[in-house]
Design a protein. Structure first.
Lengths: 333, 420, 542
């Protein structure tokens, strides 16, 4: 891993903090002085991965910028649950415009700050997967291509949760959603569709692209902090399980994120200028079934008419990621 | 300083003098010369401290302006036609957020069929977007309206659209009096944002508002637009004092005081209309014209006042509501409600068709002679024969095909040959 | 700013929305019983003292004091305890058990090096308690009774305190300096130790005291009838080890056979090697895996060249020669004679067949019950005679130093209660922190550090300690391998993973966390992601 290994054998780099660590070595989330950019009272569902991811990202970015941060938010759960009039959960300057324009709005904010000589203030754009990989994709690509000084963060919960759990371009194959039900011959979302925006971002050769999950806080914070050392367009794709949309227990949010990475289904890596520079290795490899079973959206694969063939195809996807990104530790491949 | 200059260049210069800090634009004819020129001006340093974003779409352009405006920058963009429609969602958002963005719309028809030439379909389609819409009669007025637009937008925190006829104005070389930087700086004070993304004083902009307050938010938008009806004449008077030139305002009455017949129009066609008015006056006919400079907000009282003594009002407009009728006409009818006046809706100049003096004269003569039915929508210079043939075809053939292709074939346009 | 109505809001205003009303379950910080604590015969709060030791520096003394609250012999434990805590340790299911014993030794040795002491913090009660026997159980009881303000007198039949720790466990397993230091610390509390004072008749002395704790141990080597020739040299292991400690070097010859399979047999064989025997062979009637000796003792004996003859009984002893019969195990694992005999050269035979207690002092004690050669006690360690308690090897239980120490502690607690007429404070025993209550993802892969051992050559010729201690950094690392099962160790995970910022981290150094019930929606993420299983969900009463 690229971030500093802390020599604390009890818990190493995996927990948020630890009383034994030098305060500087603790994660931002472990500090009493963290900014809580997204504060209490928001209306996210129990165990919301996106709420968690947003606070992780923004608090880290706040720390990296010494509080000189502006956030732009596309329409979606995150926006809706955080700002129903008359209450806002945000504790930083925050602007919401539309569903599909977050990256462009953020680019506009960055341009305005530069024109005003306030480049010390940094800009984070954020959206769910729908606002990033689908409806906002044009503006996102434009922002990448122009290399606007924006860190754009996608909180990927693999579907349109705010509108009632429909399929997005980030929904995995076989997952059931409100419009890809387990009906007909191909239950759930079809294979062969969707897209990897991290890889597409890399194709723009922007300074920095990274993926992360809410299960590895230190890795996530490291990537936010690192992203803030670059100028220009940066992209961070954060995997955030959705208990509601996935039909999972609210307490399983972090576990599912962990399993997504440990199965190889969600590769965690960093890239600079279009080239992968670091890969987060799988620590305890598990079969995809371990990840799929706790989620109702995959329940049809394990029901009365089990579909081991579909599970095998999902495993093949994981295996392909493992081979492609070299996700297994040295010697295990 | 008087200069012979293309309309787009003149507007680009005027915008430059207003010192926008962020320009975001996407090219579309006939807006292109404006944004190209601004790109030059940023690159050469004529316009300093300005970020020019060459965005991926008009949607992106308006969105970037929203972000920039939210961050306290003076912003500018320009578009036309399809581009304006592609912005539609963001237009409503900008006005809803009360962001003082100024945009030029180089008016152009909307397809299909695709057509790059001038009419007002684009601006009219966005008449309910919450933007102030000002229509320039000339390039001089286009220049002046941009300067006034920034002051108006920023004094009320409302976005302003300056409409100028595509090609007719944007690509026309005319003599224009371009103001000096000092004059503009004195007229347009630095922007003081009503709301600002500022880490030192953070706020949440763009909250979700439910049934409990949504109507109130919209009502307040309406009140703001109503306030603009008071503000616009004040700005125009200030402008007259500062620049020695009457420009802007809500309406442009021309020989209406005693006119029995008044032509209502927007934009560059007003010049032609005024010439016809003059000619008819010379013939002893009581005719006048009323130019609408400010279409949104709709100056209902001022229009009523201006048309209060007319017997016939002929609204000549370059757009219409398909399946309903005139757009401006409906607004005029609303303004003249319960007055003893007939309002004629005349659709003219669609897709760049010239509105000639002769046609207008013919129309007005017919109206004065009571040969026109005020209850029906009229199309100036419509090729009735062509339309009849197409309608006939439709009556006989099960699948007549696209009207446009059929009619092009009928009139023998070269391009249509490829389809035979 | 004159902000636009409704569209623009003040930051942080959602705190007015108390999402705690959504909750159907609530997260509560709890403590589960760590398996190490659960398994410790001395009732040590192992997890708690490891928690202190993990901090290093000043944490070692706090760790030591936490041990001392239960057990006055940390340095001795760190050498002779068979550490059931490590057997129970959840970490064994992850990689390897935490080396608790090695950390305890480090902490105990550090206390001796630094001269840390304990003192009596309560006023004298005026009650007099007699402890008979200065072995681990008696000393432990004396220590805990003294700390409770009682006046304690120990009557010890032998010339020195320590009991089996001195006369049973050889020096190479327990340095006498360490033993002396830890015993002295108890005496320094004001305990009176009367050596060479054998109590022959309890009834004669009992009335001088308010209570009595019997801890005379089991030091009579059990004999078995083996036909022996006149020249045969047969002795028992307990006597041999005691004599050695008393300065008498037993004459064993060059080839020594030890009969038995327990820890004492191992000690006898290893001692024989050190005393110059060229060959020490352990004869045991069952197989290696059925030996009662602790695995570590067996391994060390093997390392030192002790030989083993499994499935064998001794039929006859003659000068320089044993007759041995081969055994085989039946279906129940019981050894059966086969009739096949062979001969084995041996200059002497040491019997290590178990120990019995000399109970002669108990004659006439009213109500006291003896069964199978040991004294019956209740769970409060009291014998059938009110005010007379007993513990250690003389009561029916597994015999080890640690068990004896635990008996001493428990007896002290009950004697104290008995003396005051009050019921003893109940000891809370929360549910066990089983492996499945942990989220072990969060623990780094950390191989165990094993203690160094003395060179083989020196082990064969000297009584120097065989197992050496960890240096500070190794001990610290080993302490930090503790997973703190069932108890918060301040990792901040709950504070980090709450999507509703409903975990409040208290800023004072000793402070922990609170659930902010105004906002906790009851998602359970803090529970799921708590590495040590120290948070539990409980249904809300709705």
């Amino acid at each position: 891993m690229a971030f500093q290994q802390i020599k604390l054998y009890q818990t190493g780099t995996f927990v948020a903090g630890n009383r034994l660590l030098d305060p500087e070595q603790r994660s931002v989330q472990a500090r009493t002085g963290r900014s809580n950019s997204l504060t209490s009272g928001h209306r996210a569902c129990r165990g919301c991965g996106e709420a968690l991811g947003a606070r992780y990202v923004l608090d880290a970015a706040m720390r990296a910028t010494d509080g000189n941060l502006v956030a732009v938010n596309s329409t979606g759960c995150l926006e809706v649950f955080s700002t129903p009039y008359p209450e806002s959960s945000w504790q930083l300057p925050w602007l919401h415009s539309l569903f599909g324009n977050g990256p462009a709005v953020a680019a506009g904010v960055a341009a305005a700050l530069r024109a005003q000589g306030r480049e010390d203030i940094r800009v984070v754009g954020q959206a769910g997967d729908g606002g990033t990989v689908d409806i906002g994709f044009g503006t996102l690509s434009g922002m990448f291509e122009r290399n606007d000084d924006v860190l754009f963060v996608c909180y990927d919960n693999e579907g349109y949760m705010n509108t009632g759990v429909q399929r997005s371009g980030a929904t995995p194959p076989a997952a059931t959603t409100a419009n890809t039900k387990a009906l007909g011959g191909t239950p759930g979302n079809v294979f062969g569709q969707g897209k990897s925006v991290p890889l597409i971002a890399m194709a723009h050769e922007i300074p920095y692209v990274a993926t992360a999950t809410v299960a590895e806080l230190r890795d996530l914070e490291y990537k936010v902090e690192k992203a803030m050392t670059f100028r220009g367009a940066r992209y961070l794709h954060v995997f955030v399980p959705c208990p509601l949309g996935w039909g999972a227990a609210s307490a399983d949010t972090v576990k599912l994120a962990r399993l997504a990475k440990e199965t190889g289904l969600f590769p965690v890596f960093e890239a600079e200028a279009g080239t992968v520079t670091e890969v987060s290795k799988i620590r305890r490899q598990v079969p995809v079934e371990d990840y799929l079973r706790p989620q109702k959206r995959f329940a049809h694969l394990f029901g009365d008419q089990p579909r081991p063939d579909v599970v095998a195809r999902l495993q093949a996807r994981a295996d392909r990621n493992i081979a492609r990104f070299g996700l297994l530790p040295e010697g295990d491949e | 300083m008087l200069r012979q200059v293309e309309g787009s260049q003149a507007v680009a210069r005027a915008v430059t003098l207003c010192r926008p800090q962020v320009i975001a634009a996407y090219p579309i004819s006939p807006q292109t010369h404006i944004v190209e020129s601004l790109s030059d001006r940023v690159r050469t340093g004529e316009l300093t401290s300005c970020e020019y974003l060459m965005v991926e779409s008009e949607f992106g352009a308006m969105s970037a302006c929203i972000g920039a405006s939210g961050a306290g920058a003076r912003t500018y963009t320009a578009t036309s036609s399809q581009g304006l429609l592609f912005m539609a969602e963001a237009l409503f958002n900008a006005s809803g957020l009360g962001l003082p963005i100024v945009m030029t719309v180089a008016n152009r028809a909307i397809g299909a069929p695709i057509n790059i030439w001038n009419d007002h379909s684009d601006a009219m389609s966005m008449r309910d977007s919450g933007w102030i819409q000002l229509f320039a009669e000339s390039n001089q007025e286009a220049v002046d309206l941009h300067v006034q637009a920034y002051r108006l937008a920023e004094s009320l925190s409302v976005p302003v659209m300056v409409c100028m006829d595509g090609f007719v104005l944007t690509h026309a070389f005319e003599e224009v009096d371009l103001p000096s930087q000092e004059q503009v700086d004195a007229f347009v004070p630095p922007l003081v944002p009503q709301q600002l993304l500022d880490p030192a004083d953070p706020v949440t902009i763009g909250a979700m508002v439910g049934p409990e307050a949504f109507a109130e938010v919209k009502y307040l938008m309406h009140v703001k637009q109503m306030a603009a009806l008071d503000e616009i004449p004040v700005i125009a008077e200030d402008f007259l004092r500062a620049f020695g030139r009457a420009s802007g305002g809500l309406l442009k009455p021309y020989r209406v005081e005693d006119a029995e017949t008044v032509v209502v129009a927007l934009g560059s066609v007003l010049g032609t209309v005024e010439e016809v008015v003059d000619a008819m006056r010379d013939d002893g006919l009581s005719v006048g014209a009323l130019g609408i400079t400010c279409f949104r907000p709709w100056p209902v009282a001022e229009v009523r006042e201006a048309l209060g003594r007319a017997k016939r009002v002929v609204v000549v407009e370059k757009a219409f509501a398909v399946g309903a009728g005139g757009i401006v006409g409906q607004n005029v009818r609303d303004a003249t409600r319960n007055l003893p006046v007939d309002v004629y809706d005349v659709v003219a100049g669609l897709g760049g068709r010239p509105i000639t003096r002769a046609s207008l004269r013919r129309l007005l003569d017919d109206v004065v002679a009571a040969r026109v039915d005020a209850s029906r929508l009229h199309f100036l210079d419509l090729d009735v024969e062509l339309v009849q043939r197409e309608l006939e075809r439709a009556r006989h053939g099960a699948r007549p095909g696209p009207h446009a292709e059929n009619m092009l074939r009928d009139i023998g346009t070269v391009a249509s040959g490829a389809y035979e | 700013m004159d902000k636009p109505f409704a569209i623009t809001l003040d930051v942080g205003t959602s705190r007015a929305n108390k999402t705690g009303s959504w909750r159907t379950e609530r997260a509560v910080y709890t403590n589960r019983m760590p398996p190490c604590n659960d398994a410790c015969p001395a009732g040590e709060n192992v997890q708690a003292w490891l928690y202190e030791a993990e901090e290093g520096g000043a944490g070692y003394e706090r760790a030591w004091r936490k041990i001392m609250a239960d057990n006055p012999f940390p340095a001795i434990m760190g050498r002779v305890c068979y550490h059931p805590c490590e057997t129970a340790c959840n970490r064994a299911q992850l990689d390897e058990a935490v080396g608790i014993n090695s950390v305890e030794r480090f902490v105990g040795d550090e206390a001796i090096r630094q001269g840390w002491t304990v003192s009596v913090e309560v006023p004298p009660t005026g009650k007099r308690v007699l402890v008979i026997g200065a072995g681990p159980s008696g000393l432990s009881a004396a220590y805990h009774l003294a700390l409770r303000g009682h006046t304690v007198t120990i009557k010890e039949a032998g010339p020195m305190a320590g009991g089996m720790m001195r006369f049973g466990i050889p020096r190479y397993r327990l340095s006498r300096d360490v033993l002396d230091a830890e015993v002295q610390r108890i005496l320094d509390l004001g305990v009176t130790l009367e050596l060479d004072t054998k109590v022959g008749d309890l009834e004669a002395v009992r009335q001088d005291y308010d209570a009595v704790f019997l801890a005379v141990g089991a030091q009579l080597g059990r004999r078995a009838y083996i036909p022996a020739g006149e020249a045969a040299h047969v002795l028992d292991a307990v006597s041999m080890l005691r004599d050695l400690e008393s300065g008498e070097k037993p004459l064993l010859g060059r080839r020594v056979a030890v009969y038995g399979g327990g820890n004492t047999a191992m000690d006898a064989a290893r001692t024989a090697k050190r005393l110059g025997a060229s060959e020490a062979i352990v004869v045991y009637r069952r197989t290696k895996d059925r030996m009662p000796a602790h695995e570590s003792e067996l391994r060390e004996a093997e390392d030192e060249g002790v030989l083993f003859k499994w499935l064998s009984t001794i039929k006859q002893v003659d000068g320089g020669r044993l007759t041995v019969e081969r055994m085989e195990l039946d279906d129940t694992g019981f050894p059966r004679a086969t009739g096949e005999v062979e001969e084995l050269d041996a200059d002497s035979l040491v019997l290590a067949l178990g120990q019995d207690t000399d109970l002669s002092l108990l004659d006439g004690v009213p109500g006291l019950v003896v069964e199978d050669g040991v004294v019956a006690v209740g769970s409060d360690m009291m014998t059938g005679c009110p005010g007379v308690f007993a513990g250690g090897d003389m009561v029916p239980h597994e015999r080890s130093v640690t068990v004896a120490v635990g008996h001493g502690k428990r007896a002290a607690r009950h004697i104290d209660a008995w003396l005051s007429g009050a019921a003893p404070e109940p000891v809370a025993r929360p549910a066990l922190a089983t492996f499945d209550t942990l989220n072990t993802w969060y623990y780094s892969d950390a191989p165990r550090a094993h203690r160094p051992v003395l060179d083989r050559a020196r082990r064969e010729s000297t009584f120097d300690e065989v197992v050496l201690g960890h240096d500070e950094s190794t001990a610290l690392m080993e302490a930090r391998r503790c997973m703190s099962c069932g108890n918060c160790f301040g990792c901040d995970n709950c504070y980090g993973v709450c999507p509703d910022n409903a975990v409040i981290k208290l800023d004072d150094p000793g402070g922990k966390y609170l659930i902010d019930l105004d906002y906790c929606k009851g998602c359970g993420l803090c529970v799921a992601e708590c590495p040590s299983g120290a948070i539990q969900m409980f249904p809300e009463r709705i």
